[in-house]
Write a protein of this length. Sequence first.
Length: 411
Amino acid sequence: MGKAVILEAVRTPRGRGKAGKGALSGIHPQELLVQTLQALMKRTGVSPAEVEDVVVGCVSQVGEQGANIARNAVLAAGFPQEVTGVSLNRFCSSGLQAVSMAAYGAASGFQHLVVAGGVESMARVPMGSDGGGQDGNNLALRRRVFQVPQGISADLIATRERFSRAELDAFALTSQRKAALAVEQGRFTRSLVPVKDAASGSVVLERDELPRPDTTLEGLANLPLSFVEMGRTPVTPEGRTLDEVALSAFPDTPRIEHLHTAGNSSPLTDGAAAVLVASEDFARAHGLKPRAFVKAVATVGSDPVLMLTGPAPACRRALKQAGMQVGDIDLWEVNEAFAAVPLETMRALGVDPERVNVNGGAIALGHPLGATGAMLLGTVVDELERRGLGTGLVTMCIGGGQGIAVIVERA
């Protein structure tokens, strides 16, 4: 096999994902994706006619995000009609899975130039809009495996790992402080594509909207718990609550300590990202300098009730594939869906916290579901270059009990 290379990565700023309140809530999700696609090609100077496929992650594929948003964005961006587009859903890791699929094509030689990325407008297409719930409303599956909402899973993980509310809040504060410093020092500038109004051409958003640099531990401590009432909701014919259903899979855990809040969880977010992936032969033939090589890609299934513990085993699988150890990775991006996730991942792998999410994460910056993975990949490549380091690993928890990990090496 050959090598898959990263030529460029861009993203929109992350906007607040609430209808009428976020700066990007007035922008059609196809348009968010269009502007990243156009910026990606402009920055590299590569003709869109060279692109063989556009692979896009998107979780809520309904309404404005339905009808194969990838193909429609290709057409709306003015790419030649011969350029194809495919939309995929691996829940929160959809954008990273899209990059992985592009890497599969480029490394195998079946494709030579692929655009990968993701998009999610949680303001315009709220989470759960597809009506499928966690299990597609399949009662037979539900009787076999009752998949509780992710917030319940996050609190169950925190309970079993014996994380305290203070630990979760401290992690969230660190994320906010790292993000504030990154913004102040312009660390995200290289990848950012300001979003413009398609009609007027005026800039709608040019920097991430969600970070709260004034966050304090006191403020975080005063926030109400997010999932207590949800946990008390009866969900079975016998009247068992969500908490009781979750605990039935773990008889050694007597109760769930609800600890996550809006402050130590990722907020609803809008945004899009795009990454240009090529074969090494294509890059060489066209005089294009790779920014990074894709060294390993791995996914793994994990417990569907705990649901969010997949990153650590996925990382182990990717590291084994690359012939590497935990200590060989210079920078880690562990998606901060909830504070318990990176804390559990770091503990399970023995990762140095100083190497993790060095510019903050989704708790501060936001998590536009289908786009986040592609955003994180661009972030780690940018930071490897800025620091003169060699290797980065991006990992994410995934709904339904899965994990993904991608290792890149700076070119």
